[in-house]
Structure formats: structure tokens, C-alpha cells
Design a protein around this ligand. Sequence first.
Ligand code: SF4
Length: 90
Amino acid sequence: MTIHLEDPACRSVPPELFFPLGYGREFTRQIEEAKAVCRSCPVYRRCLDYVTANPDLAPEGIWAATTPKERRKMREGGTLQEPRPRLVVA
Ligand code: SF4
């Protein structure tokens, strides 16, 4: 299998991870798991720019390590307060 540098990290995980359902700890755990995938993504910055510029195209789910509520706050605040990507050491 060839992995290109620019492959989105979400390509290798089930898409439903980015659309958490339920409530409580399991819901929170799934959100954090999806965000962790985003933080390791080589196209994270472009994804963040895209979803903040096109809110109607990504109204639901986790995109660029943000929830819909976090993206809404970012837009309403007029500033891009992006979550800091975590350095992953293998
Ligand atoms: S940052 Fe965007 S492209 Fe990358 S894993 Fe997250 S949702 Fe996918």
C-alpha cells in the first residue's frame, strides 16, 4: 500500500468515527478519538480553512479537530482559534 504525504488521515479510519452518536463518556471518547486523528493529519490546516470558510458544506461531525459548536464559535468570534495539533511520537 502506498501512503502519500498528503493523504487525509481520516481516509484510513471508519467515517462514522467523525459523526459520533449517543451521549456521555462514550460520546466524548469518540469525539476525542476523531480529534486525535485530525491532529495527526497532514492536510489539517487546509481542512480547517475549508470547513471554516464553507460551514454549509460541513454542518455536522468532526472536521479539522473541531465540533460543529466549536466551528460556530470560531466563526462568530471572527478569529480562528484553532486547536493546537498534537505532536505524535511513534
Ligand atoms: S483534518 Fe480533515 S482531512 Fe484531516 S483527518 Fe480531520 S477531517 Fe479528515
